[in-house]
Ligand binder design. Structure first.
Ligand code: KG4
Ligand code: ZN
Length: 351
C-alpha cells in the first residue's frame, strides 16, 4: 500500500509535532518535539537485565520492547501535554540495530501513524545521533563539523545542509564505543562497558603510553591498535605476575581514545573554516571527552554544541529531531517499510 502517496500534497507545518520512537537495541524510547523544541522524552531500558549476560541478548531486548513500547508512547504523549490528534507525523528508527528489536518499534509506529492518518517517517538511527545537536541548540545551522562517536560508527563529518554530509574521515576498524566495550571486557568491568571504563578511569592516572592515534591520511581513525596494546599490556603483566593498576589502564586508554576524537574534530573545523563543532553518539556521553572537547574548542576559538549526556546515548528525542529533518524533506515512508540490521554511514565524500 502506497501510504506515503497520501501525503504528496500535504501542507507542511513550520513547527510540526513529531512523535519519535526508538527500539534498535536495549532502550525502548518515545519522545515528542514541536519543531526543534523537545516536549517530552521517555526512556525505558533493559540494560540491568542484559548486564547479567554481559551484553545485549536480542531475544530479551525484543521482549522488553514489547512490554514497554505502549507505556513509553503513552507517557511521552501525556508528558508532552498534547492530545494524540495533535501529532503531525510519527518518526521511527528502522535501522541499524537488532532486527527483532527494531520490528517492535517499527510495527507500533506504523499502526500509530496509520490510525492517526499522519505520515510515517523512517529514521536511520545514526542520523538520529547526529540530529540530537539540533535539540541541544535550536539555532544550529549548517555548515558545521559533526563528531560522531558511537558503538557502531566513528567519523568526522562536514555537515553541509541538514541532509547533505561529507565524511572527512572514519574508523578503519573498530568504532570508539566498541573499543571502550572491549577495554571494559579486558579489565573485567560490567556491561555497559563505556560508563564502567569512565568510572574506573576517574581513580587512575593516564601515565601508560598507549598508541595515541592512527597516523594515516586525513581524519581516519583506527582503534584496533589501541585495543591490542591494552590487551597486551594486561596479559604481559599477568604472565610476569606483576601488579598493575586497572584504573591506570582505564585512564590511559580513555585519554588515548578520546584524544584522537577531540583533536581531529577541531582540526577539521579549522581546516574547513567552520566556526562550530557539534557531537553525537554514546561515546560523547563520556565526561573526560566532553571536557577535552570543550578545552580544545575554546583554545581554537571554535563553538561547541554538545547534547546533554542523556541525548548522546540512545533516546527517541534524537529520532524525533531527525524526523523533523525528513519531514521538511518530505521523505515519508510506506507501510511496507522494513527493518534493516545494517545501514552504511556512506562512503567518503558527498552522499
Ligand atoms: O551511540 P550508541 O547508542 O551506539 C550506537 O548507536 O552504535 O552508544 C553505545 C556506545 C557503547 O559502545 C558504549 O560503551 C558507549 O557508547 N558509551 C560510552 C559511554 N556511554 C556510552 N563510552 C564511553 N564513555 C561513556 N560514558
Ligand atoms: Zn545509538
Amino acid at each position: 500500500m502506497e501510504y506515503a502517496k497520501r501525503f504528496e500534497d500535504l501542507r507542511l507545518k513550520a513547527e510540526p509535532v513529531i512523535l519519535g520512537i526508538e527500539s534498535s537495541c536495549d532502550e525502548t524510547a518515545a519522545a515528542v518535539v514541536r519543531g526543534r523544541r523537545l516536549l517530552s522524552n521517555v526512556v525505558f531500558t533493559s540494560a540491568p537485565e542484559q548486564a547479567k549476560y554481559g551484553g545485549v541478548v536480542p531475544e530479551i531486548a525484543s521482549r522488553a520492547h514489547t512490554d514497554a513500547i505502549g507505556e513509553a508512547v503513552e507517557q511521552a504523549v501525556r508528558e508532552a501535554g498534547i492530545q494524540k490528534t495533535d501529532i503531525d507525523a510519527v518518526a521511527v528508527t528502522y535501522g541499524a540495530g537488532l532486527l527483532g528489536a527494531l520490528l517492535v518499534g517499527l510495527s507500533f509506529a506504523k499502526s500509530y501513524a496509520y490510525t492517526l492518518g499522519v505520515p510515517l517517517i523512517g529514521v536511520n538511527h545514526i542520523r538520529g545521533h547526529m540530529a540530537a545537536a539540533y535539540l541541544a541548540d535550536p539555532q544550529l545551522r549548517p555548515p558545521f563539523i559533526m563528531l560522531l562517536a558511537s558503538g557502531g560508527h566513528t567519523a568526522v563529518i562536514a555537515t553541509h545542509t541538514e541532509t547533505e554530509f561529507e565524511i572527512l574521515g572514519s574508523t578503519r576498524d573498530d568504532a570508539a564505543g566498541e573499543a571502550f566495550d572491549k577495554c571494559a571486557r579486558v579489565l573485567g568491568l560490567p556491561y555497559p562497558g563505556g560508563p564502567s571504563v569512565e568510572r574506573l578511569a576517574r581513580e587512575g592516572k593516564a601515565d601508560i603510553e598507549f598508541p595515541k592515534m592512527f597516523r594515516g591520511n586525513g581524519y581516519d581513525f583506527s582503534y584496533s591498535g589501541l585495543k591490542t596494546a591494552v590487551i597486551n599490556y594486561c596479559h604481559t603483566k599477568q604472565q610476569k605476575g606483576e601488579a598493575y593498576s586497572r584504573a591506570d589502564v582505564a585512564a590511559s586508554f580513555q585519554a588515548a581514545a578520546c584524544g584522537a576524537l577531540a583533536e581531529r574534530a577541531v582540526a577539521a573545523a579549522l581546516e574547513k573554516g567552520y566556526g562550530t563543532v557539534a557531537a553525537g553518539g554514546g561515546v560523547i556521553a563520556n565526561g573526560y571527552l566532553r571536557e577535552l572537547l570543550a578545552q580544545n574548542c575554546a583554545k581554537a576559538g571554535v563553538r561547541l554544541v554538545l547534547p546533554e549526556k542523556k541525548y548522546c546515548t540512545d533516546n527517541a528525542a534524537m529520532i524525533a529531531a531527525e524526523g523533523l529533518v525528513q519531514y521538511r524533506a518530505r521523505n515519508f515512508a510506506d507501510l511496507s517499510l522494513n527493518a534493516c540490521a545494517h545501514i552504511p554511514l556512506g562512503k567518503k565524500g558527498k552522499q
